[in-house]
Design a protein. Structure first.
Length: 66
């Protein structure tokens, strides 16, 4: 199998792979709801900002440990 055919086959498999798609969709939806809630209720915006900051901190620590 030549390199071009190998890459085409790999990309075709990758395009058909939908594992993890649901998780990404739920994360995007949660982010959208948080942004919408922050826009509608400004008093909640600071709480949401704090939560996202904490999540970012935890993720950066986890990324540095792996």
């Amino acid at each position: 199998m030549n390199l071009i055919a190998f890459l085409q086959h790999g990309f075709a498999r990758l395009a058909k792979d939908v594992r993890g798609q649901d998780l990404i969709e739920y994360a995007l939806m949660a982010g959208f709801v948080a942004v919408a809630a922050g826009a509608v209720m400004p008093s909640v915006a600071t709480s949401i900002s704090t939560i996202f900051s904490q999540v970012a901190s935890v993720m950066s620590v986890a990324a540095s440990q792996s």
